[in-house]
Structures are given as C-alpha cells and as structure tokens.
Design a protein around this ligand. Structure first.
Ligand SMILES: [Zn+2]
Length: 251
C-alpha cells in the first residue's frame, strides 16, 4: 500500500485479463482486501483482482534481481520494488476492472465476513440439500473455504464429509460455524498452508501445514483417537476424515 505503479510487464498474456482499454500505470496502490479466494488491490480508478488458483504465487522483490522461471506478470513500482506473479501451471488470473462489484457478483458471502453470523450460516445450510463438504466448497454460497480447510473444519466438528446438510443438527451446525472461523483465522495467522506451491509474499513457506489434523494424513493415526485417517474422493477432490471421530450419519 502507498506504492505507485511505474510499469507493468505481461509475460504470459492469458494470466492478465484487462477489462479496460488502458493499463493502470502511475496509479497509487490505495488498499488491499480479500473476498473469498480473490485478492483485491485498490488503485486510483480501478482494481487488480487476483486469483492464485492452483500454483499462483505473489512475491515482492526489492530489486530487479529476481528469477524469471514461471514469471507471468511483473509490476515495477516507482520505489524500485517489484510485485511479481509466478504461476507454474498458468491457471492463476489477474483481472483489471473498474467495477467494484466484479468479485461480489462471482462469489457468495465471505466465510470470515461479519455479515455471516450463525443464523445466516444455518439458513444457508438448511436451504440446500447437499453433502456438507460439497456445500462448504461451493464458492457461490460461502466463499473462501478451500479443500484443506473444509476437511479440517469437518474433523474439528466431528461431522462426516458426506453427511447431508439437512441431517445436521443446529448444535452441530453451530460447532461447524465456529470451527470454520477458527481454522481460517489460524491459517491466516500462520501465513497459509504450503503443501506444494504456495508461498508467502516474502517467498517463504506458510506454517499451517504443520498444524493439519487430517488433510494429507491418509493411513496415519488420528491425533484424537488413534484410528487410521481415511481418504475418499468427493466431487473429484481428495477428502480426509477419521472414521471414528466422524461417523457416517445415516439417520
Ligand atoms: Zn479420530
């Protein structure tokens, strides 16, 4: 924040989707925010909206001596700092838009938003009949819960990932609501989870991978009861749970 953009170099054209006819050169960076999985950079007259997808990395460099492997876009600041976007698999996107509603039109309510109180969460839960993990991952309902954090939240709440939303009691729903907020806040405090490609803006690793209870622990003993953690596929995504702590609810 407070940097001024001097130049933007696009190394891979598909990474950058310019919805305007101009580039925001000479613009100040006035603010940073997030909605769901979108990172929003507020400029003078427009926004840069970033989605890292699978392998995107934002790395800040204080000189032009930086690696160029997988570099897709580089923003040179007047201060001499560089804001670089690296992306091995090229699924990440940077949008340049003037419409401040660009992101909110794409996603539901952010999981950490103050507007998502328990009654709103419970109302959303009861308005859909879906497997709970599928519900949590649907960014058009609640935004910002990824695969890892969905598995961890369900484990803490002792809910089987395939439980249908209409079978979840108000008491369980309350636990889940609290645990989602706890897990996401802890992950942010620990600078994220580095399983494969994710890096912090300083180029370092996150710290939350060391705190995971079920994700990536297939076949290992549950920290709570010692049972073997199981992994299943749900909507194509690896889903981890403890069969004893999270029994299937067939009632
Ligand atoms: Zn267990």
């Amino acid at each position: 924040v407070n940097e001024v953009i001097d130049d933007i170099t696009i190394h891979w054209h598909k990474t950058f989707l310019n919805f305007e006819s101009w580039l925001p050169v000479n613009s100040h960076i006035n603010g940073l925010s997030r909605n769901g999985k979108y990172i929003i950079i507020e400029l003078d007259k427009s926004y840069l909206v970033i989605h890292l997808r699978m392998t995107g990395q934002i790395i800040i460099h204080n000189s032009n001596a930086f690696p160029d492997q997988h570099l897709r876009l580089s923003i040179k600041m007047k201060s001499g700092n560089y804001f670089n976007f690296y992306d091995a698999r090229k699924f990440g996107r940077i949008y340049h838009v003037c419409d401040p509603e660009f992101v909110s039109k794409k996603v539901g309510i952010d999981a950490l938003s103050d507007n998502l109180n328990f009654s709103r969460f419970y109302e959303l839960l009861k308005s859909r009949k879906k497997k709970i993990k599928t519900f949590l991952m649907d960014q058009s309902i609640i935004a910002g819960i990824g695969n890892i954090y969905a598995d961890e939240s369900l484990f803490l709440s002792k809910i089987h990932p395939e439980t249908l939303t209409d079978l979840i009691s108000e008491k369980k729903a309350k636990m889940l609501y609290e645990n989602i907020k706890t897990i996401l806040k802890a992950a942010i405090k620990n600078m994220g989870t580095t399983i494969s490609d994710y890096k912090t803006t300083g180029g370092g690793f996150g710290g939350f991978q060391n705190k995971l209870q079920v994700y990536g622990r297939k076949g290992l003993p549950c920290f709570s009861c010692g049972s073997e953690i199981q992994k299943i596929k749900l909507n194509g995504r690896g889903t981890h749970f403890c069969p004893s702590c999270q029994p299937e609810n067939r009632s």
